[in-house]
Design a protein around this ligand. Structure first.
Ligand SMILES: Cc1cc2nc3c(=O)[nH]c(=O)nc-3n(C[C@H](O)[C@H](O)[C@H](O)COP(=O)(O)O)c2cc1C
Ligand SMILES: [Fe+2]
Ligand SMILES: [Fe+2]
Length: 412
């Protein structure tokens, strides 16, 4: 099969996307050893042609070649844009040049973005949301509002007659394989999970909302925006997202609150503080406390531990007027997680200036952690017995607040 032939994925519905086998880094934050694809689709209906999403600008020539094999530009009635990130919106301006009569269908949240991303202010568009549908004679397109998966404007749509879900980036994989369908390509599961972890996990409550909508439909095929088209029991992919997005996924808490205490230390001063805080926290009923040495914690483990923690405490010495890099690395992992009001605090030993603890408190607040107004545990050099007792009491107090004890919270 020639690489640039459109491929029929459902009745009169064609894959007109492009393959990018050579891409190795996506959106800065993701690596892809198997390349990717920018999936786009063309539907022939009894009332005209509908284009579903476009491709990255540098691949648009191939995209237009595929359209030209299927129709003439004046047959195009609508362009549905599920997501305006440039990997899917890159060819919109040229498509509109070629098919100026076509109306662009977007979510209301995309209104401001459309102009900014296309640099055109004369686009004819209409906004759509759940319960709105577009009747194209033999095809009925139902729009579904699925925001923040993974931008505010993202949406999905469902073709009733074909039981076909256009999911946007949801259920995508950065995985190029020209065999295209999940039952024909190689094993892409690692990529499906990796994509979820990096792109969708920060929005997992939105994923659960989207799944509630998807659950209303019988689905034969999921046409995603990246990687394989899913037609081999598509429900299993929905179930993976459902499982991964549930809060108690992986939880070992048995209904208790999880408090994770991370520390870094050069002369064991901060470590001693961490252990006293742990003893204090652990003595509170309903709390499971754990201690982790940041010097040897892999990033993937940091993410997983942060995800399951209800509260975190970070112990850091001050080194050259700063907190050392592994401490910042820990907090940078929050990029991959939902920011939903976990509780946070910081402590540490210092020599003379001791600004690291304050810096971490500041960072916790800007990451939307709830930081209780307790006295910071900053200890000069080697903690005394009395100071370690204070750490113990700090651990008790923090754990009690985590467990629901009411305090005067002048929270950030
Ligand atoms: C290379 C180096 C740089 C340091 N810079 C600072 C600093 O800028 N401000 C400060 O208060 N303490 C500074 N200190 C002192 C440490 O914070 C102090 O020794 C602390 O007790 C170390 O705690 P730890 O045993 O948990 O690592 C520095 C120590 C080292 C070894
Ligand atoms: Fe995207
Ligand atoms: Fe994308």
């Amino acid at each position: 099969m020639k690489n640039n032939n459109p491929i029929e994925i459902a009745h009169n519905t064609y894959f007109i996307g492009v393959f990018d086998p050579d891409i190795r880094t996506f959106d800065i934050i993701m690596k892809t050893s198997n390349g990717s694809s920018y999936n786009a689709y063309l539907m022939k209906t009894s009332e005209g042609v509908v284009i579903v999403d476009t491709v990255k600008l540098e691949f648009q020539a191939e995209f237009f070649e595929k359209i030209e094999q299927l129709c003439s530009y004046d047959e195009i009635k609508y362009v549905i844009c599920h997501h305006l990130e440039p990997d899917h919106a890159g060819a919109i301006p040229e498509l509109i040049n070629r098919a100026p009569q076509a109306k662009v269908m977007i979510s209301p949240q995309a209104t401001g973005m459309l102009k900014a991303i296309t640099q055109k202010d004369n686009i004819d568009f209409e906004t759509v949301w759940t319960n709105k549908s577009l009747n194209m004679g033999d095809k009925t397109i139902k729009f579904l509002t699925t925001p923040y998966l993974h931008w505010p404007e993202t949406m999905s749509s469902y073709i009733e007659e074909d039981k076909l879900l256009f999911s946007g980036d949801v259920f995508g994989s950065h995985y190029y394989d020209k065999r295209l369908f999940d039952d024909l390509v190689g094993d892409f599961f690692y990529s499906f999970k990796y994509y979820y972890d990096h792109i969708m996990r920060p929005f997992k409550s939105y994923a659960l909302n989207a799944i509630k909508l998807y659950d209303k439909f019988e689905i034969n095929t999921i046409a995603t925006l990246h990687g394989p088209i899913l037609r081999d029991n598509p429900k299993k992919y929905i179930d993976y997202y459902r499982t991964w997005s549930q809060d108690d996924y992986k939880s070992i808490s048995h209904g208790k609150k999880i408090l994770s205490i991370f520390y870094l230390t050069s002369y064991k001063n901060t470590k001693d503080m961490a252990e006293s805080i742990f003893e204090g926290a652990e003595s509170v009923e309903g709390i499971i406390a754990n201690v982790y040495d940041l010097a040897s914690l892999e990033e993937q483990n940091m993410i997983n531990i942060l995800e399951e923690s209800d509260g975190i405490l970070i112990g850091t010495p001050t080194i050259n007027s700063d907190a050392p890099k592994p401490v910042w690395d820990l907090l940078s992992c929050m990029m991959f997680l939902e920011k939903r009001g976990k509780m946070g605090g910081a402590f540490g030993s210092y020599g003379w200036s001791g600004e690291a603890v304050d810096m971490i408190i500041h960072r916790l607040k800007s990451l939307n952690f709830r930081v209780p107004p307790m006295e910071n545990q900053k200890i000069k050099l080697i903690p005394t017995k009395k100071e370690l007792q204070n750490c113990y009491e700090y651990g008790v107090e923090f754990a009690e607040i985590l467990n629901g004890k009411m305090i005067e919270m002048t929270m950030n």
